[in-house]
Design a protein around this ligand. Sequence first.
Ligand code: FE2
Length: 367
Amino acid sequence: MCLQMEIKSYNPVRIIFGIDCVRNNMDVFKGMGRFPLIVTGRSGAKKSGAFDDVKDVLKKGPHVLYDRIEENPKISTVEDAAMMSKKFNCDYIIAIGGGSALDAAKAIAVLAVSSMNGMDLLSSKIEKALPIIAIPTTSGTGSEVTPYSILTVDQWQTKKSFASDLVFPKYALLDPKYTYSLPDDYTISTAFDAASHLFESYFSLRSTNISMMYSLEGIKAFEKAVKAIDKLNFDEESRYYLMYSSMMGGLAITHTGTTAMHALGYSMTYFHNMPHGFANLYFCRPYFKHMLKHEIQKTLHIVAQMGFTDVGSMCNFFLRNMERPRLDKSMCEKYASLAMLQSSIKATPGELTEADIVSMYKEAGSL
Ligand SMILES: [Fe+2]
């Protein structure tokens, strides 16, 4: 430990993790308010069983549903949902879904009690937000325990995030059974998002002993699901560990944010429609190669904790599970200039230049 290092740690989310935790904790909902806006995507919340559990717990009490959150939510969508919240005078939000629904809910929570527009979220100080109960139905984003919301900004052709202590959910209710109905490809792509949070936070220049504790706890849990991912055979145990590792990833990045893999991955999602988790680990080879140069001990520790013998075999495991687009020179240059706008680049060890980022795109895009 570096004796000069200042360690800061804050996470106010009340976490309840376990099978049937929504039904077993009705009091959580009673204490939140009188009229919730339930925020979901089009189908995941219903398929997972979470929406039915919430409706039962609310006992047919008044609520209004906004179920039009898309993958990679747009500014216009959160503005639309906030108008609905204002119209019905909702006093808290229940967010059910994957990262998109949870991230959108945080933006809606702010817009519903202010005169800001969606773009203001990215630049203005946030003064107030409705309280949120977050119920994840995927294991990946960790958004249920973070102060981050990531939105797609079409005019900038990328994703941008905002962060505020006011959008930390008041409660995170994590029930692994909500992920039982997830298709394999979605289970893997979201799991890879969790893995990238755990790795990137561990390497981050902002990492502390506390954040690394979360990263390593999550990596150990993720390792217990590696075989299930490899064999595409997810049972209750592997889904339990994936949800737990995803939560740990969220707790880790709450302290540190992400690093270059996320910054590079955004263009793969925006321009090539790659799922977010795949988009990050698409860069695993150049990223870990860079880390072997700048953080060799941490790199080797991750590889060992993940149960692999070397970086190459760990990267093969991630890469064989995804479809990988080829990138030409002009794409690499354009995406690198967009990646340089992300603050997470600066949290990456080894002072990455734009030329380094172009090389990373070229390496990943030619494999
Ligand atoms: Fe992520």
